[in-house]
Every structure is written in structure tokens, then in C-alpha cells.
Design a protein around this ligand. Structure first.
Ligand SMILES: Cc1ncc(COP(=O)(O)O)c(C=O)c1O
Length: 448
């Protein structure tokens, strides 16, 4: 039997004999490096190379790799208790929820419902909003990512949604602002805010605001281009949601826990949603953890009505231990503040790259969360490839060449995400930017 299995092991093209199915790609592809160890800002490969992690994994490893304090907290928890069913009390889970309530933007506090990841959190947030409002529709933005499973995948406003279609009923979409490539044809941020809010109001009118349970929004768009909202947009969405009794959900899976220079983007922008979905940076991805932070006045709805959400791993003790230690590191090492100073360092260095390389159309970001948008022509802003269905070939070539220079970063289509661990040193930033500079100087990446 074993021999038979070996004989039929997959050897797809020249690419892989792996039994692991890799997300989002055709499996026949050049083998990526195998990672065997992580330390600080670096990943170590099986073939003995060291890669500077310029994207904190998938914008997640906020405290850097292998932080001893987080590792030790997981180890100690593993010795004490590896699993407690979500229906039981658990002191560590309670403590994390209180801590999150203190970090939340609402004076009234918040309660947490824990999940295993961000997509699940978004699905549960929508379920809760539907239960609270008794309405069924949900509005989400084009050019957004909210997760991969059918529910969160339907909320997603880009081509990774298409495989989910027809998907979950009741989701309508709108365009959010994108000052560099306005979907409304505007040329300045204030006009973009006004046009985007008028458009959202129009969409709401046509969907019937009284049918809409929730608006789900990334306060800073992540994998769809690191798009920072122009001034006044989030406030305007808040006002529309309040006016129509709609639950406003900020998907802070990427933006939470220091990434944008504060606990949450909601705090950084001073705009209060009704729920915040979280994952990634909550435990710096050491152990899978996500959750929905629900402002107290909405959470109280479930004091009498049953909360019809549940997962075997909800508030898993190992994840909770990792998150608690991670939050301590973020606070004690001053990493919220560090993300603010990284904003200056990154902006200056990446703007320098833009000045030197015609292939860069735009550099934008907030905190330690930046995007570099590549174009074939700076004047026309023609992207490397069309955003949807354009294929990722130039970006794959670019990130491959970057790895050859000792740097890992990830990107999609024509936007590279520069979102390092918040512990990154200025000298390491220099190292990363110099590698970007060398790669940009060498090759005609604009070719599709
Ligand atoms: C903004 C946002 N929401 C949700 C998700 C999905 O999170 P997960 O992969 O943990 O399900 C992601 C993942 O990248 C994300 O960036």
C-alpha cells in the first residue's frame, strides 16, 4: 500500500510533489522556499538562507517572529490546560476579553466573541447584526477582502469572491474611495469623500435602508491596495449607518493591534463602529485566533436572545495565552508608538524609491502599513496588470527577485504590501528598501 501511494504521489508539471494544497494558486508552480525558523524580523529557509520579513507574514506578525515572551506564554499554557470547551468558563479567556474591552474604542466597553480567524469573525459579526436588527441585507465594498469561506467570501469585493458565487444571499456592494484611481472620477481627496458618500447613500436608497442590517468595511483597505480613506469618509459612513439604524462593522483583521499606529484604526481615526472584527495581529499569528468585539449596548441584546454562533476552538486557551502575551509585548515595548514613528520612516524611504523609479505610481499608507502601487506608465496610471483577472505574473516575478535579494514581501497584482513587524530596526528597513531599489533598477517589471 505504501509503495503504491509513493508511486502515485503527485508530480504536477515541474512544480510540486507536495501533498499540501496551497491557497489561491494553481498548484503547478515553482516551489517557494521552505521556512524552518523565524526569529525577530527574519525567516530562515531550509536551504540555509535568511529572509527579511517586510510584510510581517500576511500583515500579521506584529511583534516579530519567535518573541520569547509569547512563546513562553504558549508553553506555560500548554502545560496547564490545552483545551476548555467554549461553554465553560476559563480565567485566561475572561481576562483577554476584559483586556480587549479596555482597548476598544467605546466608553461603554465591549464583549468579545472568539473565532479561529478573520473570515469566521466577519461571518459571525454579520450573523449577530442580522439577529440584532432583524434585517437581512449587508453592504460591503468592492475592492475589499473579508475572508475565503462562502459567507466571508461573499462579503469580499474582489475576484477571490467569484469562486463563491452565487454565494450568500442579501449582500449588495458599493465603491469606497480610492483617491489615486477614483471610481468617481474625482481628482482631490475631499471631492472623493463627497462622491463616495453620495454614492453609498444612493446604493442604500436603492437597497432600502430599512432592510440593511450591516455595513462591513475595512477602515484601511488591505490586500486590495492599502487604501487609506480620505478625511471625512469614515465619519460620513458612521453618520449614514446611525441615521438608518445599521450596524457598522469595521473589519480590523489587518489594521488592528498596532498596525496603523494605534490599538485599532477606529481609535486612530476617531470613528466608532458598532463591532470590530479582529484576527492576525491579536496574537501576532502565533496561534490562530480571531474574534468579534461587540460594543456593550449591542452585546446586551444576547443576554436574553441566544447567540447562535459557536466554534469548537472559540477562545482556545493556547490562542488566548498567545494573545495576552502579545498584547503585553505591544504595550510594554511601545509598539503602538513605534508604528507611528515607522510611518515617518517608511513614508520617507518609499517616497525616495518612488522618486527614483518610474515603475512606482503611488506610495501610500498609515502607521506601519504601506502599499507601493506599480504602473506601466506614470502619466496614464496604467497598472502592471488589470486588478481583476489580470494575473499575478509580474508581482510573482518581482517578489521572487526580491527573495533572491534576501527580502520577503507579498503583493497582489500591482500593489506590494510593505508592513513589517513593528519591532523592525531602522537599519533593517534600510536593508529592505535597498533590496527593493536593486530589484526595481534591474528588470522591466512592467511587462505583463
Ligand atoms: C481585512 C481582512 N479581513 C479578513 C481576512 C480573513 O482572515 P482569515 O484569513 O484569518 O480568515 C483577511 C485576511 O487576509 C483580511 O485581510
Amino acid at each position: 500500500m505504501t509503495a503504491e501511494r509513493t508511486a502515485t504521489a503527485p508530480t504536477v508539471g515541474t512544480a510540486t510533489s507536495s501533498r499540501v494544497l496551497t491557497p489561491w494558486v494553481a498548484q503547478a508552480r515553482p516551489q517557494p522556499p521552505t521556512i524552518v525558523r523565524g526569529a525577530g524580523r527574519h525567516l530562515h529557509t531550509k536551504d540555509g538562507r535568511r529572509l527579511l520579513d517586510l510584510s510581517a507574514g500576511l500583515v500579521a506578525v506584529n511583534v516579530g517572529h519567535g518573541h520569547p515572551r509569547v512563546v513562553e506564554a504558549i508553553r506555560q499554557q500548554a502545560e496547564k490546560l490545552c483545551y476548555a470547551t467554549p461553554a465553560f468558563g476559563n480565567d485566561e479567556r475572561e481576562a483577554l476579553a476584559s483586556r480587549l474591552s479596555d482597548l476598544a474604542p467605546w466608553a461603554e466597553g465591549a464583549r468579545s466573541f472568539f473565532t479561529t480567524g478573520g473570515g469566521e469573525a466577519n461571518e459571525d459579526a454579520v450573523k449577530m447584526a442580522r439577529a440584532i436588527t432583524g434585517r437581512h441585507k449587508v453592504l460591503s465594498a468592492y475592492r475589499s477582502f473579508h475572508g475565503s469561506a462562502p459567507g466571508a467570501g461573499t462579503l469580499t469585493g474582489e475576484d477571490r469572491r467569484w469562486a463563491n458565487e452565487p454565494g450568500m444571499p442579501g449582500v449588495a456592494r458599493f465603491f469606497a474611495p480610492y483617491p489615486y484611481r477614483s471610481p468617481f472620477g474625482t481628482t482631490d481627496p475631499q471631492a472623493e469623500t463627497r462622491a463616495a458618500l453620495a454614492h453609498l447613500e444612493l446604493v442604500l436608497t436603492h437597497e432600502g435602508p430599512a432592510n440593511v442590517a450591516a455595513i462591513v468595511l475595512e477602515p484601511v483597505v488591505g490586500t486590495n491596495g492599502v487604501i487609506v480613506p480620505p478625511e471625512g469618509y469614515l465619519e460620513g459612513v458612521r453618520e449614514l449607518a446611525t441615521r438608518h439604524g445599521i450596524v457598522l462593522i469595521f473589519d480590523e483583521v489587518m489594521t488592528g493591534f498596532g498596525r496603523v499606529g494605534d490599538r485599532f484604526a477606529a481609535v486612530r481615526f476617531g470613528v466608532e463602529p458598532d463591532m470590530i472584527t479582529m484576527a492576525k495581529g491579536i496574537a501576532s499569528a502565533y496561534v490562530p485566533l480571531g474574534g468579534v468585539l461587540v460594543r456593550e449596548r449591542l452585546a446586551a441584546h444576547f443576554d436574553d436572545a441566544p447567540l447562535m454562533c459557536g466554534h469548537t476552538y472559540s477562545g482556545h486557551p493556547l490562542a488566548v495565552a498567545a494573545a495576552d502575551a502579545n498584547l503585553t509585548v505591544l504595550e510594554e515595548e511601545g509598539l503602538y508608538e513605534r508604528a507611528r514613528s515607522l510611518e515617518e520612516s517608511l513614508r520617507e524611504r518609499l517616497n525616495g524609491l518612488r522618486d527614483a523609479h518610474e515603475a512606482i505610481g503611488d506610495v501610500r499608507g498609515i502607521g506601519a502599513f504601506f502599499g507601493i502601487e506599480f504602473v506601466r506608465d506614470r502619466t496614464t496610471k496604467e497598472p502592471w496588470v488589470p486588478w481583476y483577472g489580470g494575473g499575478n505574473a509580474p508581482m510573482t516575478r518581482f517578489t521572487g527577485a526580491l527573495r533572491d535579494e534576501g527580502v520577503y514581501a507579498f503583493g497582489r497584482y500591482n500593489v506590494l504590501l510593505v508592513s513589517p513587524p513593528l519591532t523592525i530596526l531602522e537599519s533593517e528597513l534600510d536593508e529592505g528598501v535597498e533590496a527593493l531599489d536593486r530589484v526595481l533598477a534591474r528588470e522591466p517589471w512592467r511587462t505583463p
